[in-house]
Structure formats: C-alpha cells, structure tokens
Design a protein around this ligand. Structure first.
Ligand code: HEC
Length: 140
C-alpha cells in the first residue's frame, strides 16, 4: 500500500525527464510566422537580406524570433549561454550569407541536433524578417 504513491511519483519524474530531454534536442513545435505585408520572395533563396532596415520586417521578426529562436538564443537576442549570442553576428551581406546558411540547415554536431534546420519549416520571408530583427539588435 505504501509503495503506490512512490511509484506514481517515479512515473511523473520519468515523464518530466523525457519532456526536458525532448526540449534539449530542439524537438519543439515550430511556431508559424505571419509575414503578411512583406514583399513575397518566391522559391529561390537570396544571399542578401531584401528587408534590411524595414520597420515592418523588424516587428514581424521580433515575434518570429521570440517564438522560434529565443528558447536557445535568448529573449531579445541576449543569449543566456545555451547558444551563440546573435547580437554579434556581422551586419550586412557577410552576416546575411552566414545567417541563411545556418538557419536553412541547422547545426548537427556529432550526430546531435544542436539547432534544428528551418528550411521548409519557416518561410524565406519569415527568416529574413528574423534576420532584420537580429540586425536591429546588433552590438560591436
Ligand atoms: C534548440 C536550440 C536552438 C534553436 C531553437 C535555434 N538555435 Fe540557432 N544555434 C543553436 C546552437 C547550439 C548553435 C551553435 C551551433 C554550433 O556550435 O555551431 C546555433 C547557431 C546559430 C547561428 C550561428 C551563430 C554563430 O555565431 O555561429 C545562427 C545565425 C542561428 N543559430 C540562428 C538561429 C535562428 C534565427 C533561430 C530561429 C529561427 C535559431 N537559431 C534557433 C541552437 C538553436
């Protein structure tokens, strides 16, 4: 009789652990980003941010970033140390090329998904809006 609550507690603990393990692998449902109002970009990936400096793209990217990237890269792009601090990504085309390569393919290191690939998950418009937002937070 006395063992029953303990067993229940263990089941709850195991569930909690498997949930946090899933989070650790970045296995979280991506959140759709509403890009209405931004110029459509078509299928071909740009090498340079077509929205740089656009205030609407900054606002859309703010919400897109905070829903899809902040849990690893930190709210307001201020990293808590889990993943690189994106405020220091280079500005302009150099940073754009690096950014788009990374977000399309993610980061798989020694077979572990450190960052999920976002190609086919978020639209090109959403990802460039997020880049516009990140660049608006740039620090030297
Ligand atoms: C599950 C955690 C996670 C999520 C979610 C995530 N990232 Fe990452 N990201 C990482 C990690 C970890 C690295 C570093 C990988 C490495 O060591 O090369 C990284 C690297 C990057 C880099 C390269 C930074 C550098 O200095 O080398 C960029 C750019 C980037 N992420 C953008 C994004 C964007 C934009 C999003 C949201 C659309 C996002 N990430 C979502 C974990 C994540």
């Amino acid at each position: 009789m006395k063992a029953a609550p303990v067993r229940g507690g263990l089941v709850a603990l195991c569930l909690a652990l498997s949930v946090s393990a899933a989070l650790g692998h970045g296995d979280v449902q991506p959140q759709p980003v509403d890009t209405a109002g931004l110029a459509p970009l078509g299928e071909t990936w740009r090498e340079e941010n077509p929205y740089r400096g656009d205030t609407k793209a900054v606002a859309i990217g703010d919400s897109g970033f905070n829903q899809n990237c902040a849990r690893c890269h930190g709210l307001q792009v201020i990293s808590g140390g889990l993943a690189p601090d994106l405020r220091y990504l280079p500005v302009g085309k150099e940073g754009d090329e690096y950014f788009v390569e990374r977000v399309r393919h993610g980061a798989i290191i020694n077979g572990m998904t450190k960052m999920p690939a976002f190609e086919g998950v978020l639209s090109q418009e959403a990802l460039w809006a997020i880049r516009t937002y990140i660049e608006s937070k740039h620090e030297e």
